[in-house]
Design a protein. Structure first.
Length: 89
């Protein structure tokens, strides 16, 4: 019985680490998108630097090159307002 408990704990830890890594990759994708928008279009200036929370990422349309347009909702430091934009990665 204790072997099953240990296996369950190890399994939960592995799944948790997987989610943590995936969240970090998604957060970096949003940060990169905001930096590009700031440089390219002059919008969302500083949002890549002050990004505090990625609230939601929803895939809108997928493409044959394994990228997708995503609706992104996020927060920046010092504000409780929800920001939103579209990104492609």
């Amino acid at each position: 019985m204790s072997g099953l408990i240990k296996l369950a704990v190890v399994g939960a830890a592995i799944v948790g680490i997987g989610f943590w890594i995936a969240e970090g990759v998604e957060r970096q994708n949003v940060r990169d998108c905001l930096a590009e928008q700031s440089q390219r279009y002059g919008i969302a200036r500083g949002h890549d630097v002050y990004l505090s929370d990625v609230v939601e990422v929803e895939v809108y349309q997928t493409y044959g090159d394994n990228t997708a347009t995503r609706f992104v909702k996020y927060r920046i430091q010092g504000s409780h307002e929800l920001q939103s934009t579209t990104c492609r990665w």
